[in-house]
Design a protein around this ligand. Structure first.
Ligand SMILES: Cc1cc2nc3c(=O)[nH]c(=O)nc-3n(C[C@H](O)[C@H](O)[C@H](O)COP(=O)(O)OP(=O)(O)OC[C@H]3O[C@@H](n4cnc5c(N)ncnc54)[C@H](O)[C@@H]3O)c2cc1C
Length: 368
């Protein structure tokens, strides 16, 4: 497995549970999992992410993207149960509330809720927004058109997830190699394994299956093998705000509030993460973060007056000219699970499940 973000580490854990002999390679495995200390550099996607799980409020009701989301939402509770441990606690936080930005959007939300009641969706009107205790006493951003409440969508803390995965990988005896793969080579005639990986430590390693989970870096590893799968970087900024509203007033804040496509996530008694921007390229723009902060003119006073305590940014890997994510068996033993763009955390269990199936169809696991 190359790459130990959510997708790579999660897939390594899944494969180890299936009985495979797994090695996970990533230079970041030599360091603690944290957001600080990146000296203005972009973080890897998983560490930068907010961990929002928007599976059930997805607009479409068919196709691969919908099936992957449904599979992930089905698997997440089992994953959390398997990964939660007193040393690395992990939980799913819910619900998720989306505020409608227009009457037309409220209508669309109502229709979605009517079709997905069994998935825990419920729409609410502007009138109930104003009177419901849930929305008082903090004025919510854009309550004017009602919205959609999704009981089973919400959030997982991406740092807690990575720590839990790392602990569980060690417990499953997965080999964790803190190194960068510089070159991937097809094995020569007579080699026992199909693939040879050259590392920046000067060492080589061999294996029968390579799973590439290196987000934006995937194209670089694949190009020399003749696989052209370009991806573009889409930067995301997150602000950590301190708000002056009294702690008690937050009692009814959901795990995630989505307003105009921006997530507002409460953490701690008076703190809120606001994110994330969608910016082409690799340099964060101050203008984009201040537009996000104003919620396009919908931010209530308390939000506009909040103090910025911290901020960070990371890069998403968006496949060029193809839908995200890229899940492909490129040649025997070479599997690509990358390019998850905006939903890599959400889609981690479904991705791991897919990789497990590809490997299972071509191998038998030896009895231990
Ligand atoms: C600001 C922001 C907010 C986001 N919010 C959400 C959200 O709320 N919900 C959600 O589902 N998604 C969210 N995303 C998207 C999500 O973060 C990504 O889709 C996901 O993290 C991708 O995971 P990954 O494991 O594929 O890649 P990454 O987490 O980027 O990990 C790739 C890893 O590969 C390693 N690597 C690279 N090259 C090599 C090499 N040659 N050898 C070895 N290792 C290598 C890197 O060191 C890195 O650790 C957000 C993204 C951003 C930037």
């Amino acid at each position: 497995m190359i790459g130990a973000g959510a997708v790579g580490a999660g897939t390594a854990w899944h494969l180890a549970r299936q009985g495979h002999n797994v090695t996970l390679i990533d230079p970041s495995l030599g360091a603690a999992i944290q957001r600080s200390n990146n000296l203005g550099q972009p973080l890897n996607g998983t560490t930068a992410s907010l961990g929002v799980l928007m599976g059930n409020v997805f607009r479409r009701s068919s196709g691969r993207a919908w099936r992957l989301r449904q599979r992930s939402m089905e698997l997440w509770p089992q994953w959390v149960e398997g990964l939660n441990h007193p040393d690395t606690p992990l939980q799913l936080d819910s619900p998720l509330i989306q505020m409608a930005s227009s009457p037309a959007e409220q209508e669309r939300m109502q229709s979605l809720a009517n079709h997905r009641r069994e998935l825990g969706l419920e729409s609410f009107s502007a009138a109930s927004t104003k009177s419901h205790h849930m929305f008082n006493p903090i004025p919510w951003p854009n309550p004017g058109h009602g919205g959609l409440r999704s009981q089973n969508d919400g959030r997982i803390d991406p740092l807690a997830l990575q720590r839990a995965l790392r602990r569980s990988l060690k417990a499953k005896k997965v080999d964790l190699l803190p190194a960068r793969v510089t070159t991937l080579r097809r094995a020569q005639h007579g080699d026992a394994d199909r693939w040879r990986l050259e590392l920046d430590t000067g060492h080589n390693t061999h294996c029968d299956f390579v799973v590439i989970c290196t987000a934006l870096a995937s194209a670089l590893l694949l190009q020399p093998l003749g696989h052209e799968l370009p991806m573009e970087a889409v930067l995301g900024q997150v602000l950590d705000l301190q708000v002056s509203a009294p702690a008690k007033a937050w009692d009814h804040w959901p795990a995630v509030l989505v307003c105009n496509g921006v997530n507002l996530i409460r953490h701690g008694s008076d703190r809120l993460w606001l994110g994330a921007t969608l910016e082409p390229g690799k340099e964060p723009s101050a203008e984009k973060s201040s537009i996000m902060r104003r919620l396009d003119g919908l931010a209530p006073n308390w939000l506009q007056q909040a103090k910025v305590i911290d901020q960070w940014h990371g890069l998403r890997a968006r496949p060029s000219g193809r839908p995200a994510p890229l899940l492909e068996v490129l040649e025997p033993g070479l599997i690509l699970a990358s390019g998850h763009y905006r939903n890599g955390v959400l889609l981690t269990p479904a991705t791991a499940d897919w990789v497990g199936q590809q490997i299972m169809t071509t191998t038998t696991i030896p009895d231990s």
